[in-house]
Design a protein around this ligand. Structure first.
Ligand code: XMP
Length: 518
């Protein structure tokens, strides 16, 4: 998606803080469009984007460090409101003649902010003398603000916890308004954007769709587009958006490798493609994948086989689409930023579930979600009328159940796992737990354990239930699902699924564990 100044824009200069993306997410949640760029971006490029405001993010460096990231001095002359956060505040103070203490004593955690005066950022919800809880994570701190600035808040250890020059509309905060531990933080960011910057809060699912549709129509013209769909929210939203824009010029390809969960293929074919009138090629290649996986136990080998076979199948079916010029992918904004791309750089992250770009097909990639966060994709999906189960579906790995059947993947093992997984999912849905979880899965182990059922001794497989809560899937903790619910799930699985006689719940956090078992 290309802004083209259809929306008022805040530019976030990324100095490398782990929280930078959160700043962008918070602003977007307020309906304000923003983009993240590198701080060494040329002034002309910044001005060309016509931002209504700039945010300098936090960062790990000290402003006194030799290679500390800087901004061009002209940025302060451009008449654009600026909010500096943590390193961003220190940089602004340093550049404009204030004093920064480089003692480097780290302060980390909750702090009490005492308000000295209210500026545009605090107006309306806090008054001088008020104490507010905020989150600190810094070494250096501003000791003396530059000329023209007032100290608006202090903490016990930060004499300039917030500062403002209301004439130039320059603001600095030592704390992190973007994290949930600063309860008023989102309000502060919103007030900066809507107040001094004068942004309209017009970044809404309906306008996102309108813009994307216009962009796709302009880019694609009368050409044919191919889109791989997996049943996940990203690929299906891409398909639905493109279909809205160009209708029958879109052909979707759904590769059923037989490693899907119960009901998933039907959902994609009926509730999605048929319900929305999308032309879908259904590639039923279950046998082909099972044959390739026969006798393979090593997880990385499984992944490799599935990935390669996927590309082959995809290419084969895609080559049947006459005159295709474009291949649509579900790349999201965090991937674009992570791979070092500004909104202009063309970065292609190969979508897991499409497995790779068909090499010799000469297709141009289109990525209608490349400026969106996951929660925005879900909002767009909902607005486009995708099935609820698809909109809120947990992530599901490209290699599917193959990496949840530990050891060799066989049809029988897949059937057992699928049945257990279906019970787990149904119970999570009916107990209201599904939406509280980031991801839930069942793993079928190859070991066997002794059990007893009726008068019979059993000797069959344990399954592992795993349910995690995470923001970013890099770290995760095991969900504390109520014992009664786990108990019900366990007895249902053991009673209803032939071949399972024991259910265990995985309590390991990530790290040291991973979310999947393979
Ligand atoms: P781990 O197990 O590394 O998983 O903690 C983190 C997230 O990545 C997903 N995952 C995969 N997704 N292909 C995918 O498309 C894969 O090979 C793969 N392996 C793990 C996993 O489900 C979790 O959401």
């Amino acid at each position: 998606m290309n802004n083209d100044n259809r929306h008022d824009l805040i530019l976030i200069l990324d100095f490398g803080a782990q929280y930078t993306l959160l700043i962008a997410r918070r602003l977007r949640e307020c309906g304000v469009y923003c983009e993240v760029i590198a701080p060494d971006c040329a002034m002309a490029e910044i001005l060309n984007k016509k931002p209504k405001g700039l945010i300098f993010s936090g960062g790990p460096e000290s402003v006194y460090a030799k290679n500390a990231p800087r901004v061009l001095p002209e940025i302060y002359q451009a008449g654009i409101p600026i909010l500096g956060i943590c390193y961003g505040q220190q940089l602004m103070a340093h550049d404009l003649g204030g004093q920064v203490d480089a003692a480097g004593n780290r302060e980390y955690g909750h702090a009490h902010l005492i308000l000295r005066s209210t500026d545009a950022l605090f107006e309306g919800y806090a008054s001088p003398g008020d104490q507010l809880t905020c989150w600190m994570s810094h070494g250096d701190k501003v000791l003396v603000p530059p000329a023209g600035f007032q100290i608006t808040a202090v903490t016990e250890s930060a004499p300039v916890a917030a500062m403002a020059d209301e004439v130039r509309h320059f603001y600095g905060v030592q704390f992190h308004p973007e994290v949930a531990h600063t309860p008023f933080g989102k309000k502060l960011l919103q007030q900066f954007a809507l107040g001094p910057c004068g942004c309209r809060a017009d970044w809404k699912p309906a306008t996102i769709i309108e813009d994307a549709v216009a962009d796709i129509q302009r880019q694609v013209g009368s050409a044919q587009v191919i889109c791989g769909v997996s049943g996940g929210v990203d690929s299906c939203t891409v398909a639905a958006l493109i279909h809205k824009a160009i209708g029958d010029q879109l052909t979707c390809i759904f590769v059923d490798h037989g490693l899907l969960r119960a009901g998933e293929a039907e959902q994609v074919r009926n509730d999605f493609a048929e319900a929305l009138g999308i032309h879908l090629i259904y590639a039923d290649v279950k046998e082909r994948f099972l044959a390739k996986l026969k006798g393979v136990e090593d997880p990385e080998q499984k992944r490799k086989i599935i990935g390669e076979e996927f590309v082959r199948v995809f290419e084969q079916y895609a080559s049947d689409v006459q005159d295709a010029k474009f291949l649509a992918q579900g790349t999201l904004y965090p991937d674009v930023i992570e791979s070092g791309g500004s909104s202009n750089a063309h970065t292609i992250k190969t979508h897991h579930n499409v497995g790779g770009l068909p090499a010799d097909m000469n297709l141009t990639v289109i990525e209608p979600l490349r400026m969106l966060f996951k929660d925005e994709v879900r909002a767009v999906a909902h607005e486009l009328g995708l099935p609820k189960g698809m909109v809120w579906r947990h992530p599901f790995p490209g290699p599917g159940l193959a990496i949840r059947v530990i050891g060799e993947v066989t049809e029988d093992r897949l059937a057992i796992l699928r049945a257990a997984d279906e019970i787990f999912m149904n119970e999570l849905h009916s107990s209201g737990w599904y939406e509280k979880l980031s991801q839930a899965l069942v793993v079928l182990t190859p070991i066997r354990s002794v059990g007893v059922m009726g008068d019979q001794r059993t000797y069959s497989h344990p399954v592992v239930l795993r349910a995690v809560i995470t923001d970013d899937f890099m770290t995760a903790s095991a969900a504390r699902i109520d014992y009664d619910i786990l108990d019900k799930i366990s007895s249902r699985i053991v009673n209803e699924v032939n071949g399972i006689n024991r259910v265990v719940y995985d309590l390991t956090s990530k790290p040291p564990g991973t979310i999947e078992w393979e």
